[in-house]
Write a protein that binds this ligand. Structure first.
Ligand code: GBH
Length: 482
């Protein structure tokens, strides 16, 4: 018996691929869709690496059948996609008209998936806030307006898509908050750095945004539980991003403490309110009154608002504590992140993404950390994947031989299986990011994450890469037959 032969996943383990509306749909101005903050952001020169936008993207809006057939050919049991809020409610608000064509598009998508035996996991919000809500009241910066509008939008979706049994409220609120309102690298691009933005306050706005998103999440979950869940028997949760941390100097207790602090600033910022009802003490200590407080009613509403934990995970960092006081715009917990430790060892090989180096052991460790901290929640891995260095420079068949990505999926899927089998982590599903190369936000189309090659020059033609076969082989091997 080999060491790994005892590793397996249960028969009902769910796996498949993930995407997001603005990254794949295109058809930005069709059938009544209103603009989102990403449409606006992409028009500002210098914000997107290749000057591109999601106007056309993978043209998925016109390729429902083709893409579902692709998923089926990959053996996928499930598909995670997101709804474009401004396709469904072009102006976004609770008193604004609903767009029937937008609703129909997603209904048809769900029907096509189900007809092919693929279970939909639907994200309500993957960063594409209706532009009109940004203009009307600055979006997330207005807690009460935002939460009310989000709850209404969520209700419209629950009502229109009763066949969907798996809902995700928000994708990676950390990114909306920090990249959108502190660093300014993502829409709407607000930051204190006046060379990047005329408006913004990196010392407070991300914290307000995080608070609003938690409230919006909790309001949507309550609406679902009160008025929809009993009829459909579905489940709902939030998806949080989080990278693993290792101490830069493992013999320094301050680096070890900084690792924990980094996890709290990235993950527990959102997960602690959801599981415990309040922000982590480390954030309160650093931010003081800049971090909003929950009213008792808000705390009660948010606490317990996850049926499952959606986990997006990609990489790991070495963490070194700082001896100086935290900067006012700090978001990490007053520490330095690096891909090299004190001995100069790299945490993993380079990829095309400056923030991503594969380190599968970190996936196993983070699954265990989450499971222990949050009382063994049910976990769905809602994203995991990698770019490949210089993949965009390859030609011909070489574009399909994505060995680094193959190895990434082999080792990460195995690491997840170990966390389940050896440590009892209740992980029940896995979605690889991504079904196909797509609009990689501020990196435009240069960086590719797909198991499918998208030929943007030739009508968005899709061709499977090697990794699509590897993911399938892994799950064929690991999932128990009986
Ligand atoms: C996911 O985020 C997204 O959900 C998905 O839409 C995206 O396509 C995919 O990853 C691949 O990027 O600006 O240097 O501070 C992944 C988690 C966290 C990765 C924030 C980029 C930015 C680091 N992201 N991180 S930096």
């Amino acid at each position: 018996m080999t060491a790994d032969s005892k590793l397996s996943l249960p028969k009902d383990f769910v796996w498949g691929y993930a995407t997001a509306s603005y990254q794949i749909e295109g058809a930005a101005n069709e059938d009544g869709r209103g603009p989102s903050i990403w449409d606006t952001f992409c028009k500002i020169p210098g914000k997107i690496a290749d000057g591109s936008s999601g106007d056309v993207a993978c043209d998925a809006y016109h390729r429902t059948q083709e893409d579902v057939a692709l998923l089926k050919s990959y053996g996928a049991k499930a598909y995670r996609f997101s709804i474009s809020w401004s396709r469904v409610i072009p102006l976004g608000g609770r008193n604004d008209p609903v767009n029937p064509a937008g609703i129909k598009f997603y209904q048809d998508y769900v029907d096509e998936l189900l007809a092919n035996g693929i279970t939909p996991f639907v994200t309500l919000f993957h960063w594409d806030l209706p532009q009109a809500l940004h203009e009307r009241y600055l979006g997330f910066l207005n807690k009460n307006e935002f939460a009310s509008d989000f709850e209404h939008y969520a209700r419209v979706c629950f009502e229109a898509l009763p066949k969907v049994k798996n809902w995700i409220t928000f994708n990676e609120p950390w990114c909306s908050a920090v990249l959108g309102y502190n660093v300014g690298a993502f829409a709407p691009g607000r930051t204190s750095d006046r060379s990047k933005s005329k408006e913004g306050d990196s010392t407070t706005e991300h914290l307000i945004v995080g608070h609003s998103i938690l409230l919006g999440h909790a309001r949507a979950v309550k609406a679902y539980r009160d008025d929809f869940k009993s009829q459909t028997g579905g489940q709902i949760g939030i998806t949080l991003n989080g990278d693993w941390t290792e101490p830069w100097d493992p013999s320094d207790p301050l680096d070890i403490a900084a690792c924990e602090r980094k996890l709290e600033f990235a993950i527990s910022w959102f997960a602690d309110p959801i599981y415990f009802g309040d922000y982590p003490a480390s954030m309160r200590t650093q931010y003081g009154s800049r971090l909003p407080t929950f009213t008792p009613e808000e705390s009660a509403l948010i606490k317990g608002s996850n049926d499952f934990y959606g986990m997006n995970h990609y990489t790991a960092n070495y963490i070194k504590h700082r001896d100086t006081p935290p900067a006012d715009d700090d978001v990490a917990g007053n520490l330095d992140m690096s891909f090299e430790n004190k001995l100069g060892e790299s945490i993993g090989p380079e990829t095309q993404s400056v923030w991503l180096r594969p380190h599968p052991e970190g996936f196993r460790k983070l699954l265990i950390w989450l499971s222990e901290r949050y009382g063994k929640p049910t976990i769905y891995v809602t994203e995991n994947g990698t770019s490949v260095k210089d993949e965009h420079l390859r030609t011909g068949e070489e574009r399909l031989r994505d060995e680094l990505r193959c190895e990434y999926f082999r080792t990460y899927i195995e690491a997840m299986t170990k966390a389940r089998c050896e440590s009892g982590v209740d992980v029940r599903g896995y979605f690889a990011w991504s079904l196909m190369d797509n609009f990689e936000w501020a990196e435009g189309y240069v960086t590719r994450f797909g198991v499918t090659y998208t030929d943007y020059e030739n009508g968005q033609k899709r061709t499977p890469k090697q990794s699509a076969y590897v993911v399938r082989e892994m799950f064929d091997k690991l999932i128990e037959k009986e």
